[in-house]
Design a binder for this molecule. Structure first.
Ligand SMILES: [Zn+2]
Length: 139
């Protein structure tokens, strides 16, 4: 790599999505901003519920699904394993935007691309282990 290209690689790449680029730089090759990870497909929003794995976060998304028989909504929940680049330094309880990418492992095919800050008030302060009735603002 030429010196000029190295210098360019330090700055965050344009990942093709309308997100704020991270302020810090990382060396992660699976970082969409500082590595070479292409993103394509779905872009979703969710809440980080666990960071127990190395560079992988559990992101939970709640949607409301209409059940016509009862004319009511039911809550549906899905957890995504998403790659967490160190430059974004994700935090448990924060809302994040995740973008689909190629499979990075058996269960990881999303990557966190933006930290949207702390989740809504009713989630903050709540025990994250026992949350049977998290609200569904991610509809
Ligand atoms: Zn990075």
């Amino acid at each position: 790599m030429t010196p000029a290209r190295t210098a360019r690689a330090r700055r965050a790449r344009d990942i093709g999505l309308d997100v704020r680029a991270p302020k810090t730089v990382c060396e992660d090759r699976h970082c969409p901003f500082h590595g070479r990870l292409p993103l394509r497909g779905q872009v979703l929003e969710g809440t980080v519920v666990s960071l127990g794995m190395q560079r992988t976060a559990v992101v939970e998304r709640t949607i409301l699904h209409f059940v016509s028989k009862y004319e009511r909504y039911e809550k549906r929940r899905r957890r995504y394993l998403a790659h967490a680049p160190p430059c974004l330094s994700p935090t448990v309880g924060h809302r994040v935007r995740i973008a689909e990418t190629r499979p990075l492992s058996k269960l990881v095919s999303f990557c966190i691309v933006e930290d949207l800050g702390e989740a809504a008030r009713h989630v903050r302060g709540e025990d994250l282990e026992a949350r049977p009735e998290r609200s569904a603002e991610a509809a």
